[in-house]
Design a protein around this ligand. Structure first.
Ligand SMILES: [Mn+2]
Length: 449
């Protein structure tokens, strides 16, 4: 079943490539310390085309007229090693489970590559990630060129396959959307729990643990990126991940986190008061960010440029900065001079998918790209007032970001993270909810009835 999904993607990739060979490499393993490795996660491109999650693999796609083949090089079965590491797919699994036409041991790749490339015009390959792999490929090409007098040639054209693949990955297929919906559902539940679990005086690390605990127990194998749990002035650091301060009673807490599910990650930010009640001046800042976020979401539809969505939010934020007395002059002038930049220094959002900052172009030449149905974009305006004399005194230490995940549909958009409170009154009501998260801990992995 699942293998059909990946064979469909391979077919669509090969439809777009010219006659030739395309080679993809799995993600490398990474040493952590001693003989311990970091948890393994497959390369997003490799997974997209193969569904194969083991390290030490290479996929070869070949197109020659109407003939198309898929070859996998994998780690062979090794009963002695598998006592330690668990069962591997091996060559049989590569064929039976992953739909390869042929499968070989990874160790045979260098030896077989010249044969694979013989008299093929084009090679689609990504260089620059692994010098051993790069060397193997370039040696094979040079070896074939050395045989020119025998009528043998190797690929003349080297093409980066990401040009095709990243365009494919930008517009999600139904299975990707389904996985993303589940990732969003898990992430929403975790944020809901965190809002009810927060207590003044608690460590940011503990609140971050609540979020990740909810991710894991709801079936997410891993986080999509490091959890940001930033209270008070820490929220003015965009990618604050040390999560090692205590949450003050009058602080706002900014959580930016995402669960991964079937290799797709959600990415949500919410900002809420540790006390459960918003207070000034944080509330006013919050309301402006929320208005900007809603305006930007409303602007998301096919044909609109990324830049237009960004500027929709930017306009509202600049009106807010003016209204709060942070900046003076007309909104047009504020934007022209970039006077808002100390307080809003990032863009409206990014493509979302298998990578949190997902692949796909933002520009077509020098022009901002137009949104296409199937693309998923985060909409995450923020206002940040670092503790410095650049910020007005009464706003120092306030950081607010509100982020939802928005699918571009044929007619407009669908917010995949819909339903997680973000209106101030909704947040307060949710946080005052009757059941304490701490008392209500029950397993979710046991199905009853
Ligand atoms: Mn984001």
């Amino acid at each position: 079943m699942a293998s059909r999904l990946y064979s469909g993607r391979r077919r669509r990739f090969m439809d777009r490539m010219k006659d030739g060979v395309a080679i993809f490499q799995s993600a490398p393993t990474a040493s952590r310390n001693g003989d311990v490795e970091h948890p393994y996660r497959q390369d997003s491109d490799f997974f997209y085309l193969t569904g194969f999650e083991e390290p030490g693999a290479i996929a070869v796609l070949s197109r020659s007229g109407r003939k198309r083949t898929f070859t996998l090089f994998v780690q062979p079965n090794d009963p002695e090693m598998e006592v330690w590491t668990g069962r591997k797919a091996g060559m049989d699994g590569a064929v039976e489970k992953y739909g390869a036409n042929e499968a070989y041991a990874r160790t045979e790749f260098a030896e077989r590559l010249p044969g694979i490339l013989t008299n093929r015009d084009r090679l689609y390959v990504r260089f620059g990630k692994d010098t051993d792999f790069d060397g193997t490929v370039t040696r094979a090409i040079e070896a074939l060129k050395a045989e020119a007098r025998k009528g043998v040639f190797g690929p003349w054209e080297l093409i980066d396959p990401r040009r095709i693949l990243w365009d494919m990955r930008l517009c999600k297929d139904p299975q990707e959307i389904k996985a993303l919906e589940k990732a969003c559902e898990i992430t929403k539940a975790a944020f809901g729990s965190a809002m009810r679990a927060v207590r003044p005086g608690m460590g940011e690390w503990e609140l971050a643990a609540v979020v990740e605990f909810e991710f894991r127990r709801r079936g997410s194998p891993r986080i999509g990126f490091e959890t940001i749990c930033a209270s008070g002035a820490n929220a003015t650091t965009l990618h604050y991940i040390s999560n090692d301060s205590r949450i003050g009673a009058d602080y706002l807490v900014l959580i930016d986190a995402g669960a991964e599910y079937q290799m797709m990650t959600a990415d949500i930010s919410r900002t809420f008061p540790a006390s459960g009640r918003f207070s000034e001046p944080g509330l006013t800042v919050y309301k402006w960010v929320l208005e900007a976020q809603k305006a930007a979401i409303a602007a998301v539809r096919p044909g609109v440029t990324y830049r237009e969505v960004h500027e929709t939010a930017l306009n509202v934020l600049c009106r807010g900065l003016k209204s709060m007395g942070v900046l003076k002059g007309s909104v047009a002038k504020i934007i022209e001079k970039g006077a808002y930049q100390p307080f809003f220094m990032h863009r409206i959002g990014h493509w979302l998918g298998s990578d949190v900052h997902d692949v796909g172009a933002y520009f077509d030449g020098s022009k901002s790209i137009r949104l296409r149905p199937g693309a998923v974009i985060t909409i995450e305006p923020g206002l940040y007032f670092p503790v410095s004399d650049k910020s007005p005194e009464h706003l120092r230490g306030i950081g607010v970001r509100i982020e939802d995940d928005v699918l571009v549909t044929s007619k407009g958009n669908r917010v995949l993270t819909e339903g997680l409170p973000k209106e101030p009154a909704e947040i307060e009501k949710w946080m005052a909810g009757p059941d304490s998260w701490w008392d209500g801990l029950k397993p979710v992995s046991i199905k009853r009835g």
